[in-house]
Ligand binder design. Structure first.
Ligand SMILES: Cc1ncc(COP(=O)(O)O)c(C=O)c1O
Length: 397
């Protein structure tokens, strides 16, 4: 059986060069970077070199980067630490209805602690409206958190415009961006974009799992979330994951070198994939912004069938993809993002997400289109609404 992996937005395989880069750190250059002996000092030097390179690649200074256990921790830290440290100035936070659960759940927690949260609506393509953002800002607003690219539908937000809109109204409101889906795939430059806080995670860009970063702009007040030995400049205690940090640096370097070319090739394959789906399967819709979208994302809704049944049947054909978003599928709740873009329940339930990557090839797409056509037809034939010909004759708007 063919095996086709189309779930790169959930996680990516570690690039072989990244695996090689990490090798020495497990049992040769393994010392604790906080130790005072020579081995420790060498580990510390490597850690700081990796930090400096990562900072350079995103347009930051080395001191502005702290390492975390991934995107979830980076988002939790950004939001809770900024809220706590700035609580004296106000208690209002603005975000959007389509953020990752690590942002939305952090905000729910803060609501229980007395903060007020406004979740902005988005347009049918998933973009934030700058006028609505302006209207939502209050004298008590201390933080605005908007993701760079959405994990379910791939829509990219106008982050620079969001930052300038916020700062024009009130300079000291902090702006945080969850860049977990974007870093390594599309340009991210913290100075040019202007945010105060940015989260990212290595396993989304061919690096190892369990490591991420938080950019904290110089001068930003933060109360640490994790207390202990004072590592990471006192902002995040715990011994640094030196192998994974080296791997993250290598992955980011590789991606920076090939980003434009890879994005173009991936988008070309994704567009071809879409075209072939449209040719073969009636009654489907594609979600996300047609222009401002991640090059690798293909979120589609198939009328009259269940997305989960579809994903499971595709799995039997050797194809890995997600229903909506792997991150929320464990809870079995209808996707908040798909609701926020105004999809009806019928479309939401028939939604699956394919996400392509640098190892996806034309044969994968052809195989997937054939399997998808077969499986959709089979599931629709089981549906009480009858066969595909019915849908052709009775198009649903
Ligand atoms: C947009 C977004 N933010 C945050 C996360 C969480 O990242 P991690 O898996 O590294 O905790 C994810 C993971 O899917 C994501 O897609």
């Amino acid at each position: 059986m063919n095996k086709v992996y189309l779930d790169y937005a959930a996680t990516t395989p570690c690039d072989e060069r990244v695996v090689k880069e990490m090798a020495d750190y497990w049992n040769k250059n393994f010392a604790n970077p906080s130790s005072i002996h020579q081995d420790g000092m060498r580990a510390k030097q490597c850690l700081e070199k990796n930090r400096a390179k990562i900072a350079e690649l995103i347009g930051a200074q080395a001191k502005e980067i702290i390492f975390t256990s991934g995107g979830t921790e980076a988002n939790n830290t950004a939001i809770k630490s900024a809220a706590k440290a700035n609580a004296g100035k106000g208690n209002h936070i603005i975000s959007t209805a389509i953020e990752h659960p690590s942002v939305l759940e952090s905000l729910k927690f803060l609501e229980k602690c007395g903060f007020e949260v406004t979740l902005l609506e988005v347009d049918p393509y998933g973009r934030v409206d700058l006028d609505k953002l302006t209207e939502a800002i209050r004298p008590q607003t201390i933080l605005v958190s908007v993701m760079h690219a959405n994990n379910e539908i791939g829509t990219i937000q106008p982050i620079s415009d969001i930052v300038s809109t916020v700062k024009r109204i009130k300079e000291d409101i902090l702006v945080h961006t969850d860049a977990v889906q974007s870093l390594g795939h599309i340009p991210v430059h913290v100075r040019k974009m202007g945010m105060d806080l940015l989260s990212a995670s290595a396993h989304k860009f061919y690096g190892p799992k369990g490591v991420g970063l938080l950019y904290i702009k110089k001068g930003t007040k933060m109360t640490p979330l994790i207390h202990g030995g004072g590592q990471e400049g006192g902002k995040r205690a715990s011994t640094e994951n030196t192998p994974a940090i080296a791997g993250m640096r290598k992955a980011l370097e590789i991606n920076a070198q090939n980003m434009d070319k890879e994005a173009k090739e991936t988008a070309k394959l994704r567009d071809l994939f879409k075209k072939k789906i449209k040719e073969h399967i009636p009654q489907v819709r594609f979600n996300g912004h047609p222009k401002y979208g991640l090059p690798n994302n293909l979120s589609m809704s198939v009328k009259y069938i269940d997305g989960e049944a579809l994903a499971l049947r595709l799995d039997l054909e050797g194809i890995s993809c997600s229903t909506g978003s792997a991150c929320s599928s464990e809870k079995g709740l209808p996707s908040q993002t798909l609701q926020a873009i105004g999809l009806s329940g019928e479309w939401i339930h028939g939604t699956i997400r394919f996400s392509l990557g640098k190892y996806t090839c034309l044969e994968d797409i052809d195989y997937c289109v054939a399997a998808l056509t077969k499986v959709v037809q089979a599931l629709r034939n089981l549906s009480p609404l009858g066969d595909v010909a019915h849908y052709r004759q009775h198009p649903v708007k």
